[in-house]
Design a protein around this ligand. Sequence first.
Ligand SMILES: Cc1cc2nc3c(=O)[nH]c(=O)nc-3n(C[C@H](O)[C@H](O)[C@H](O)COP(=O)(O)OP(=O)(O)OC[C@H]3O[C@@H](n4cnc5c(N)ncnc54)[C@H](O)[C@@H]3O)c2cc1C
Length: 394
Amino acid sequence: MSIPANVRIPTVLILGAGFGGLELAACLSESLPGEVRVILVDRNDGFTFGFSKLDVLFRDRTPESVRLSYRDLVLPGVEFRQEQVTSIDPQTRHVITDRTSYNPDFLVVALGADYDPAATPGFVADGHEYYSIQGACRLRDQLAHFDGGTVLISVLSVPFKCPPAPYECAMLLHELLTRRGIRHRTRMHVLTPMDSPIPVSTDTSAALVDALAQRGIDYSPGRRVHALDPENHIAATHTGDLAYDLFIGIPTHCVPPVVEASGLTVDGADGWIHVDPRTLATPYPGVYAIGDCADAPVPRAGVFAENAARTVAAHIAAQLRGTPTPGKYLGQGSCYIEFGDGLVGKVDADFLSGPKPVAPFVAPSTELAAEKAEFAATRIRRWFTDQRTVTGNS
Ligand SMILES: Cc1cc2nc3c(=O)[nH]c(=O)nc-3n(C[C@H](O)[C@H](O)[C@H](O)COP(=O)(O)OP(=O)(O)OC[C@H]3O[C@@H](n4cnc5c(N)ncnc54)[C@H](O)[C@@H]3O)c2cc1C
């Protein structure tokens, strides 16, 4: 569609080109072609799926082979800028980056969650994590030298990305150690401050607890590691100390510093950006927050960030076109869960459409492994020209 030269095109500035930002840019590109200018900003040069970190850790994939370059974005009307966001003023929607500044008509904060490993004393010195690409590479190298002993896998605080991920790590590690012939001389123990793995889904929790038991992996719900003693390799919990040879922790999550400094977290639950759960709008006109950085009452996962992106795209389109307010955010998404040995299960979660959340479980199968690979492939086709395969199950 061609726009007359004297018509001012509204700008939507999306901060963060992760799961949420990419899907929002795709939706706006589709639904408002030529009617908005979409600027997508990220400090990185490429996107990596969260679950690709498991492929780096367990399946010999290199970080380069699972990174999708933003050069290959295929979203008409979307301008990608590789810039670091350094300041956000939600009152004026004025955003400063390391290269320039912006005053958009709509501002969508999709900057994800950062990690604060130092929040657990001793963890930086003696712990491992696989939630960052660097951490996954470091742990992969450490595992190559591991010859048996006690492995603790511990959720250090809640909320954290992808609630099934600690259990996926345990089951894939069990598979790896079994293949290497050292499982019989390794004790594995999963600890979490939560009462069950997936509180919204009794079926999924039961399946995960059962899968750990079948593999001889100890499981301690309601038990949080609050500090490590790096010299003696001891993890402290409120019910006693535990010795370990390898400590794998899911680090404490927090909003990125630029979000913290913006004031957007005022009144937000537990330090996250406060949003209206129906619309993902912040208290500031024209400012939305989606995905891991927002306090919408859903788990931190890419599928919910995507679902939120679609809601915000519909709200922006309705405002620009003067059409009725679209439906509320439903908080829906299907999360795939790796059980090892090529099997993948699924939980179909729906948090906000009904009177209470529902999340039925679908038992692990090779068909679901193929479905997970297709899930990734559809996102790659939708967002990028690069048609690479990024999941190890495909
Ligand atoms: C091991 C693991 C497995 C997972 N498995 C799944 C799964 O199977 N299914 C699922 O749905 N989810 C999964 N997740 C979770 C998923 O990856 C995240 O929930 C999802 O990426 C959140 O999307 P987002 O858009 O909110 O944030 P992100 O995807 O994290 O994107 C945020 C973006 O903001 C950018 N950014 C941050 N600060 C700045 C700044 N100051 N300036 C510029 N750019 C900045 C970052 O570079 C990043 O690209 C998994 C996560 C992990 C760690």
